[in-house]
Design a protein around this ligand. Sequence first.
Ligand code: APR
Length: 279
Amino acid sequence: MLNCCKEQLKPRIFYAKTRTVWTKFFAGAKKLFDANKNQSGSARFYFYMNPKKKLVVLTGAGISAESGLKTFRDSDGLWEGYDIEEVATPRAWRKNPQLVLDFYNYRRKNVLDAQPNAAHVGLTALEKGYDVHIITQNIDDLHERAGSTKVLHLHGEIFKMKSERNDDLVYEIRGDMKLGDLAEDGAQLRPNIVWFEEPVPLIEAAVPIVRSADVFVIVGTSLVVYPAAGLVNYAPWEIPKFILDRRIPYTSSLYNLKTIEKAAGEGIDELFRHLEFEI
Ligand code: APR
């Protein structure tokens, strides 16, 4: 008798389960519709048919040049006025920490005075159509101030400092750093910057982001510093790729590459026009 009831109930249970699944599906769809009902018909149609494509952007000092921040290797670049060995290596820190702090205190002030330019703002606007991931070699915060939501700083951040003994003890800093400023483990605080000859821990997070890109864009980097420069080789072979730079850097042959040889703020509109076709 019991078995017989079970058999009879089976179709009803199946029906109830199916109904729950469909109810959930339609509730989700309605939510999406409500969130996008102000868009035009074609935009809405596109939205339902395609979740946002992943746009990965690798940026370097060139994107911040029009904000008044010096690049490194241009003719008036930072490395013209400073010796890398003296200010941006662990050896420099051991030899003359005051000089290193002076150098980064000066750069922190410059960044505080700078404002995001059209290129930073443009990348933020792209988030409307794309799932934008920015991987930057820059230590400034201009991408964040422009409003970009996913920014990975490969080479550290000028507004952070850390214990010289423990990389996990990281603190915010807006003003000047001084010798004698200590972390909670009693060690001297140093800038949270990846110096030459140091490993780049976030490269491991960056590689899968580039590997899963639908579109890859490079803005304002000479592509000479590794491992960051090597990221271009992880972009899927077939996807559209763009370089926007005042002087297009050398890259080993990249398939499906378009170049825009302009200053970042000036060329961002042209990049936009290309990207519209990739959506
Ligand atoms: N718009 C676009 N590109 C520009 C502009 C501009 N206004 N001005 C300069 N550029 C380009 C240059 O043509 C060059 O290709 O920006 C690039 C700057 O290159 P670098 O000075 O080498 O800077 P970057 O590639 O970011 O350096 C990488 O080197 O010293 C280290 O850690 C530092 O993160 C930095 C890394």
